[in-house]
Design a protein around this ligand. Sequence first.
Ligand SMILES: Nc1nc(=O)c2c([nH]1)NC[C@@H]1CN(c3ccc(C(=O)N[C@@H](CCC(=O)O)C(=O)O)cc3)CN21
Ligand SMILES: CC(C)C(=O)C(=O)O
Ligand SMILES: [Mg+2]
Length: 276
Amino acid sequence: MSKHKAGKRHTLRSLARLEAPIVALTAYTTPMARLMDPHCDLLLVGDSLGMVVYGMPSTLGVTTEMMIAHGQAVIRGSSRACVAVDLPFGSYQKSPQQAFETAARVMAQTEAGCVKLEGGEEMAETIYFLTQRGVPVIGHIGLKPQAVHTHGGFRTVGRGSEADQIIKDADAVVAAGAGAVVIESTVEPLARALSDRLPVPTIGIGASPACGGQILVGEDMLGLFTDFTPRFVRQFGTLAADIDKAVAAYAEAVRTRQFPGPENYVSASGTKTEGA
Ligand SMILES: Nc1nc(=O)c2c([nH]1)NC[C@@H]1CN(c3ccc(C(=O)N[C@@H](CCC(=O)O)C(=O)O)cc3)CN21
Ligand SMILES: CC(C)C(=O)C(=O)O
Ligand SMILES: [Mg+2]
C-alpha cells in the first residue's frame, strides 16, 4: 500500500506558490527518499546517480532505463515532495519527438510529477513541445554537466560575456513553458538577475542565496559521497565516517566471533534462544 495521499503531493505548479525557499535534494533510492521526503519540497532523481551510485566518470553514460528504475524507487519512498526525473544524455537532444517519447516513458512508468532537462535557447522548441503535451518541465542552465566536454570541465560559468547568453537561455526556457529553472555554478550577480527577472522559481546549486530555492546532491550534503566535493557543497552530516566506523566494528566482531550473538541465531532445533 502506497503512503501517497491523494492531493497532498507537491506539483511543479504548487512549488511556485511556496513562501519560503524551495528545499530540494537529489534522491536515488527508496530508503533515502523516505528519510528526505518529510523535509523536502522537491526530490530530484538526478542523472548525477551515474557518478554517485555507479562510479561513472561523468553523467554521459546514464540510460533512460536507469532513470526509470531509480524514479520508481523514489516515488515508492515519498508521498509529499514533488518528484522530478532528469532526462539523461542522448535521450532528448535529437528532436522534440525523441524528447517526448523519452519523457512519456519516464512519466508513465514512474508517475513522477515532472522531468528536468539541460539546455537553453537550443532546447526551447523541445520544452514547448513537451509542456504543450502534458509534460511539466524544469529547465537547467548555467553549468550543464551533460555538456562537460563542451564546457571544458565542471567550472563556474556566467562571468562577463557568458552572462548575456545565459540570460537569453533562461528567458527562452521560461517562454517555452518551463515551470522552474535549475541554475548551476554561476556567479552571484547573474543568479540574482535571473531570479529577479524570471516569473518561475529558480533553484540554485552553486548559484548563491538569491535563488528561489536550493538543491544539492543528497550524498554530498550527508558526507556520504567524498570522491570529490564541489565548492558549493556544505556537509551537514558525516555518513562516510559513520559507515567506516560501523563496518570496521562488524569486521572486528566477526573476526573475534562476537557476532552473531545469541539473539541472532537459533541455538538448537526447535528451541528459540532468548530474544530471537
Ligand atoms: N556528487 C555529485 N555532486 C554534484 O553536485 C554533481 C555530481 N555528483 N555529478 C553531476 C554534476 C557534476 N558536478 C560537479 C562536479 C565537480 C565539481 C568540482 O569539482 N568543482 C570544483 C572546481 C573544478 C574546477 O574549477 O575545475 C569546485 O571547487 O567546485 C563541480 C560540480 C555537479 N553535479
Ligand atoms: C544537481 C542536480 C541539479 C542535477 O542535475 C543532478 O543531480 O543530476
Ligand atoms: Mg542532472
